[in-house]
Design a protein around this ligand. Structure first.
Ligand code: ATP
Ligand code: MG
Length: 233
């Protein structure tokens, strides 16, 4: 079954065409990376899937439903490019608020504090956290309800190396459908098995990580293969 599908999606911002007939599908339990040069349309795609932006044209479905509906939000976790927890609430208050909104047990708050090493900051206002700790809190907030479908826009930005390793392990253990946008190839290779490469708002290549590697010359890194594809698009 398809969990995510976009068909011929067009999104304009004034005269800029951010998405230009973008189509792809992701099967349930699929783990996909969304790659593309700066300005390719990755974050716009994520925002449309999260229901924050409406496409000008085309069809978008999450498990056969329209994005942004209450029903879809219940099983979706979306980490934006620039996440912002409630600045004046403490770390714990942020988690408690989202837990109540999502209807999850209070114990999940403590689980998330431990999972993302936030225990020592639980009484600190989110606006006073370092950027990396804000990122950890944002991840905790979107994972608290164990979402079936997870959209992550540059999830490991600002995280220290131990936390990057922890988050990779946490995500690997989750039985969810993933779409992760990233510029770091090792995040794609460690967390996903398929990649969709977009450029100027349209898909230029898609396939498995193994197929992508196989396109490289002997000793060529996967980064070099992807860079070549993006340059030639
Ligand atoms: N709110 C907006 N108003 C005007 N133009 C926008 C807006 N959001 C995105 N764009 C434009 O749409 C295009 C796609 O932007 P998007 O943020 O989706 O790219 P991206 O692939 O996420 O890039 P990056 O790798 O830099 O994060 C760019 O040309 C961008 O300038
Ligand atoms: Mg982006």
């Amino acid at each position: 079954m398809e969990c995510i599908s976009l068909r011929n999606v067009v999104k304009r911002f004034g005269s800029i065409i951010a998405l230009n007939n973008l189509s792809f599908t992701i099967p349930c339990d699929g783990r996909f990376a969304l790659l593309g040069p700066n300005g390719a349309g990755k974050s716009t795609t994520m925002k449309i899937l999260a229901g924050l932006l409406k496409p000008d044209y085309g069809e978008v479905e999450i498990m056969g439903m329209k994005p942004g509906t209450k029903e879809v939000k219940r099983f979706l976790g979306y980490l934006p490019e620039d996440p912002m927890p409630y600045r004046i609430l403490t770390v714990r208050e942020n988690l408690e608020y989202i837990a109540s909104l999502r209807g999850v047990k209070k114990e999940r708050v403590d689980e998330m504090l431990d999972l993302l090493d936030l225990r020592q900051y639980e009484r600190v206002q989110a606006g006073k956290l370092s950027r990396g700790n804000q990122q950890k809190l944002s991840l905790a907030l979107i994972l608290i309800h164990n979402p079936k479908i997870i959209l992550l826009d540059e999830p490991l930005n600002y995280l220290d190396i131990p936390t990057q390793e922890k988050v990779i392990n946490v995500l690997r253990d989750m039985k969810s459908t993933f779409l992760i946008s990233t510029h770091i190839m090792s995040i794609a290779t460690r967390l996903t098995d398929h990649v969709i490469i977009i450029s100027r708002g349209t898909v230029i290549w898609q396939g498995s990580i193994d197929e992508l590697r196989a396109l490289g010359r002997e000793d060529e890194t996967i980064e070099s293969v992807v860079a070549r594809m993006m340059r030639n698009a």
